[in-house]
Design a protein around this ligand. Structure first.
Ligand code: PNS
Length: 164
């Protein structure tokens, strides 16, 4: 049983994240999509909203025999990974600019917990410029999100800012 953690903020989940999950499914039997609980960041979606959305979106993708689970974690990622009996952390790398920070994190995580490997995966080129941060910016400025996030996510974003 090969289990990996795919950690992140997922605020919101993008099609780039889904692409990485689908690729990770070729390597692992189970992937835990783990949302970081970060009290310092003011998120667009609450942890519960992200959990619920991820569950729905992941239910719609074909993951074959790979199990997908959604969870949230606080504190050190490697401690969480050990507690979940995972052997790897999956991270997506879109461009060389991602690599520097991801390498730092991967090496720090290895120092903290040498038994956990970090696996870098490249998304399809079509998602190489897609990030949650840009998705939120484009959305808040009135731009279209089709092809960047699942339709359900765009709908939830619209609900969130709709006047009551
Ligand atoms: O989606 P993000 O914001 O790029 O994900 C960053 C994440 C969650 C992978 C990173 O912030 C993290 O692992 N945080 C947990 C705290 C931790 O373990 N810090 C030491 C890592 S070097």
């Amino acid at each position: 049983m090969r289990r990996a953690i795919y950690p992140g903020s997922f605020d919101p989940i993008t099609n780039g994240h889904l692409d990485i999950i689908a690729r990770g499914c070729k390597l692992f039997d189970e992937i835990i999509i783990a949302i970081l609980v970060n009290p310092e960041k003011l998120p667009f979606f609450s942890i519960d909203e992200r959990r619920e959305m991820l569950g729905e979106v992941l239910g719609q993708i074909k993951s074959g025999s790979c199990q997908l689970r959604v969870d949230a974690f606080e504190g050190l990622l490697v401690q969480y990974a050990v507690a979940q009996q995972a052997e790897a952390i999956v991270r997506g790398i879109r461009a060389i600019s991602d690599y520097e920070f991801e390498l730092q994190m991967a090496l720090m995580n290895r120092r903290l917990e040498p038994t956990i490997e970090t696996v870098f995966m490249m998304p399809a080129e079509a998602y190489s410029y897609v990030s949650s941060r840009l998705v939120k910016e484009v959305f808040l400025l009135g731009g279209a999100l089709d092809g960047l996030v699942p339709p359900l996510v765009e709908a939830r974003m619209k609900e969130k800012v709709a006047p009551r």
